[in-house]
Design a protein around this ligand. Structure first.
Ligand code: GRF
Length: 189
């Protein structure tokens, strides 16, 4: 049995997709959503899906061991970042070595790092005239978007694509691949 915690700062469409994907799989439980953002869409999704959702502030997250304690008390085996914007503090990385996984909406190492999230990523991709973009699923370390890459998938872009078009193409890839890649990782835990 693998218990999963999903961190999200925004809409939470990936968190929902992962939850529904694993709903009928007995070896995986989506134990909780966690968010730093009281107005994030993920909170309403958690309510609708019946997933307990924990809100926390910056100090609790970065300067105390409360979140690590919570995850360990709930026997969380895998932590998923699905649109979570804060840097993961060292105590959390150390408590879950190779057990924290992030999805990034571009082909790392391009378009990663601090400040490269959401629409900023897609704007930079369009601005650079890229012919393709995609997703990167990777392990998390103490640096933004630098952990070992687990999986990438690409989508083609055309010159008329706007950042919103790129976002749609990338999100479609996320919803297809993220749950499946997680299932493969869980099988090895
Ligand atoms: C996704 O594009 C993900 O790659 C990025 O943040 C976005 C989250 O979208 N890290 P959602 O909140 O799951 O809809």
């Amino acid at each position: 049995m693998t218990r999963i915690a999903i961190f999200a700062s925004g809409s939470g469409s990936n968190a929902e997709r992962i939850t529904t994907y694993f709903a009928d799989k007995e070896s995986v439980i989506i134990e909780m959503f966690l968010s730093n953002n009281p107005t994030a869409g993920v909170i309403e999704r958690g309510r609708r899906l019946g997933i307990p959702t924990v809100l926390f502030d910056k100090k609790t997250f970065s300067k105390t061991n409360k979140i690590v304690d919570l995850l360990q008390n709930q026997q969380i085996g895998l932590v998923i970042l699905a649109g979570f914007l804060w840097l993961i503090p060292e105590n959390l990385v150390k408590a879950f070595p190779n057990k924290i996984i992030n999805i990034h909406p571009a082909l790392l190492p391009k378009y990663g790092g601090k400040g490269m999230w959401g629409h900023f990523v897609h704007e930079a991709v369009v601005e650079a005239g890229e012919k393709e973009s995609g997703i990167t699923i990777h392990f998390v370390n103490e640096h933004y978007d630098e952990g070992k890459v687990i999986f990438q998938a690409k989508c083609g872009l055309v010159s008329t694509d706007t950042p919103a078009d790129v976002a749609r193409k990338v999100q479609a890839l996320e919803h297809i691949h993220f749950p499946e890649v997680l299932e493969k990782i869980i099988a090895t835990i």
